[in-house]
Design a protein around this ligand. Structure first.
Ligand SMILES: Cc1ncc(COP(=O)(O)O)c(C=O)c1O
Length: 346
């Protein structure tokens, strides 16, 4: 799998581009079932935004950070305008270095590190292990659970990698954007009360809470690094509305535990539905990914197009030959998906 990613990188194409799909496939927006992201379709039910929140500037001294400390289990946090902000900023905080990304992965990592002049390699877990032992990597990026493969690297292995990176003043970046809905997420997370040298964890409020539009995430790392990241942020980059909404959602433990259970059931339903159509998948509570590498070349794109022509938008990973399905929001969505899947020709 080890592939160098060199040259002039192009910005990745993301899921959720419904207007683009509507134009490309000439199907009106309202007819689409958008399963192209891993964002919870059951967004946190926010109350009406108070007038004062619209009217005032964002206030860094509000309750957001202390509430976030309760939710994430540590106060060593920086609020950012989506974890994407940190993905873009971290490569600017190191001189040119060697970066290994557990792959396939959210394409922004390879794009942003390459863009900043670093030497980036797409690696499997075993390849990372070998390269670390030979001191060939300065930074390792791991998404857990991984998007799109759902692979979950155990803590013990990551701790070993961290120890090797620490010897070289390296970084281990763990992206936990999809960890929140997993049962026992708190224990599974790499976040500990006190920070560890070289360990950086990114968290997203967008996915589990279904609030991607507010653009809110957190970085957990040593204070020195948080300070440097903070310098990269524009003043008031996390909006007052995002701070207000995040504070409400992060402290609603009742909603969180109900939602965790509901998503577990729905992801299982999706897995079974795909299975009934002959597709085995790797799943997290927010998406199922069908790996088509064993089938003829081009099948992923072919199935993607067939689904799109029926108004079902999924995420096509052309290079990896996989399709990722998010969860439908309601009965009509489940029905539309079931009927589109049953029409597929292979
Ligand atoms: C693995 C992963 N990390 C981070 C992000 C960025 O999420 P956000 O900026 O909304 O927190 C995404 C978005 O799709 C993602 O898939």
């Amino acid at each position: 799998m080890s592939t160098g990613i060199a040259g002039n990188p192009t910005p990745p194409f993301h899921g959720g581009r419904l207007h683009h799909a509507a134009e490309r496939f000439e199907i009106p927006l309202e007819k689409w079932l958008d399963l192209s992201t891993g964002i919870n379709p059951h967004s946190y039910p926010l109350p009406a935004v108070p007038h004062s929140v619209w009217q005032r500037l964002p206030d860094d001294d509000d309750s957001l950070l202390s509430i976030a400390a309760g939710y994430y289990g540590s106060a060593q946090l920086l609020a950012v305008a989506g974890s994407q902000m940190a993905i873009e900023s971290l490569p600017r905080l190191r001189p040119s270095c060697r970066v290994g990304i557990l792959s396939p992965a959210y394409a922004e990592y390879a794009y942003q590190w390459t863009r900043q002049g670093h030497a980036v390699e797409a690696l499997t877990a075993d390849e990372i292990e070998v390269q670390l032992a030979e001191r060939m990597l300065d930074v390792v990026v791991v998404i857990r659970p991984n998007n799109p493969t759902a692979e979950f690297i155990p803590q013990s292995r990551l701790n070993r990698w961290l120890t090797m990176l620490q010897q070289n003043s390296g970084w281990l970046i763990i992206d936990e954007a999809f960890i929140d809905p997993l049962p026992g997420a708190e224990q599974l997370s790499m976040i500990t009360k006190k920070t560890l040298y070289g360990l950086i964890v990114l968290r997203s409020v967008g996915k589990f809470f279904g609030l991607a539009g507010i653009r809110l995430g957190f970085v957990w790392a040593e204070q020195r690094l948080l300070d440097k990241l903070s310098e990269q942020q524009e003043t008031w980059s996390v909006s007052g509305v995002a701070r207000w909404a995040g504070a409400i959602a992060l402290q609603d433990i009742n909603w969180q535990s109900k939602m965790r259970r509901a998503l577990g059931v729905e992801a299982q339903r999706l897995k079974v539905l795909l299975q009934e159509q002959g597709f085995s998948s790797q799943s997290t509570p927010l998406f199922c990914t069908v790996d088509l590498r064993e089938h003829q070349q081009g099948l992923a794109t072919d199935l993607y197009l067939q689904l799109a022509k029926q108004g079902v938008l999924v995420r096509n990973f052309e290079d990896y030959q996989a399709l990722r399905f998010g969860l439908p929001a309601n009965a009509a969505g489940w029905q539309q998906l079931a009927s589109a899947l049953s029409e597929l020709k292979r």
